[in-house]
Design a protein around this ligand. Structure first.
Ligand code: PMP
Length: 361
């Protein structure tokens, strides 16, 4: 077998080896058709069954209530930054957004092109090291919905709680946290996520939308971005990203085999705790995030002396620990440890970090 390294990339991220092996085994001849899944019509009975199965499996994993639609769309989470205000414009021309980092700010910037954005709270005042407590939020009664980014992939800031905003729809960019643990979908109006972290390859975006939020779109909304159209057409108004949906379906089945979200959450919590504890105890490494806001999925850390960063990264690479470099906008290091990252990888990383810090003195 080829040697697989531990890939800490933030996304596209590592996929479960078992899933990739299954895809490899089925690549040339999927289900005895003599063709790959990439080469068949999306309108075929086989693909229609596949996409419906993927939806059923995702619904079961997340226990999605019946009055929510699961949609598979394209354009990444970034397209949703515009699609959300445009789909909900009929509910009102203003929305509340909470700013917890780079991805919230991108969502705010894009939404501001279509409606009035009230920034209800911002982590700017604490240097983006802590999610603002809900008691500090200045929600505007005139806003049609409230948008949050439950996990900031770059900053490593995560809500370890679900906001309670009453009857207004809570809209959440869950790109880097969906499927990392059980979720009470009924607390949200709309959940969206680019697939390339915990779901599958890029090219697919998953939406979970409450029924009553369909049908409020701006008349200017492009058909391809209209949730109602996607829902009415079973996510196949046009040709969907068939291979990404196939692979996501394999990931959903893999998750089920791991024991579903309660089991994966337990592993994820253990992985994150272990790494944070090591960093906190070390005089050589540090993590800037307040303990009540620390991401389970993306763990940024710094070396005591940043002139050692290059050597740290080169040594990590040589030890089979890839893509630990922090985002270009923040520097330092970041370990993205999504579902597919085995616990053994965290042990290896800590071992390497310890070894490096000792040699560096
Ligand atoms: N939101 C979050 C939280 C993200 O992490 C990302 C991508 N890293 C995006 C949005 C943008 O996603 P995409 O590249 O799929 O447009």
């Amino acid at each position: 077998m080829t040697q697989r390294i531990y890939n800490f990339c933030s996304g596209p991220a590592a996929l479960p080896t078992e899933v990739l092996e299954q895809a490899r085994a089925e690549l040339l001849d999927w289900r005895g058709l003599g063709m790959s899944v990439m080469e068949i019509s999306h309108r075929s009975d086989e693909f229609t069954a596949l996409i419906r199965q993927a939806e059923t499996d995702l619904r079961r994993l997340l226990d999605v209530p019946d009055h929510y639609r699961v949609l598979f769309v394209q354009g990444g989470a970034s397209t949703q930054f515009a699609a959300i205000p445009l789909n909900l414009l009929g509910l009102g021309g203003q929305a509340d957004y909470v700013d917890t980092g780079i991805w919230s700010r991108k969502a705010i910037e894009e939404a501001s092109r279509y409606l009035k954005v009230n920034v209800a709270a911002s982590a700017k005042s604490n240097g983006y090291s802590q999610v603002p407590a809900q008691s500090e939020w200045q929600l505007d009664p005139a806003s049609a919905y409230v948008h949050v980014t439950p996990n900031e992939t770059i900053g490593g800031l995560e809500y370890l709680w679900t906001p309670d905003i009453g009857t207004k729809p809570l809209v959440a960019d869950m790109s880097s946290t969906l499927l990392s643990r059980p979720l009470d979908v009924s607390r949200f109006g709309l959940i969206y996520a680019g697939a390339q972290k915990n779901i599958g390859p890029s090219g697919l975006t998953v939406l979970i939308v409450r029924d009553d939020l369909l049908g409020h779109a701006s008349p200017q909304l492009p058909t391809m971005l209209n949730y109602q159209v996607a829902a009415d057409n079973g996510s196949m108004y046009n040709t969907p990203p068939t291979f990404s949906i196939y692979l996501a379906g394999l990931v959903f089945q893999w998750l089920e085999r791991q024991g579903g979200l309660p089991a994966i959450a337990e592993i994820n919590r253990r992985k994150a705790d272990k790494l944070y504890q090591y960093i906190d105890a070390s005089p050589f490494y540090s993590n800037p995030i307040h303990p009540d806001s620390r991401s389970w999925m993306n763990i940024p850390f710094r070396l005591r002396d940043e002139s050692l960063d290059k050597a740290f990264l080169a040594g990590a690479e040589a030890a089979g620990l890839a893509n630990l470099q922090g985002h270009r906008s923040v520097g330092g290091m970041r370990a993205s440890i999504y579902n597919a990252m085995p616990e053994a990888a965290i042990d290896r990383l800590i071992e390497y970090m310890d070894d490096f810090s000792r040699k560096a003195g």
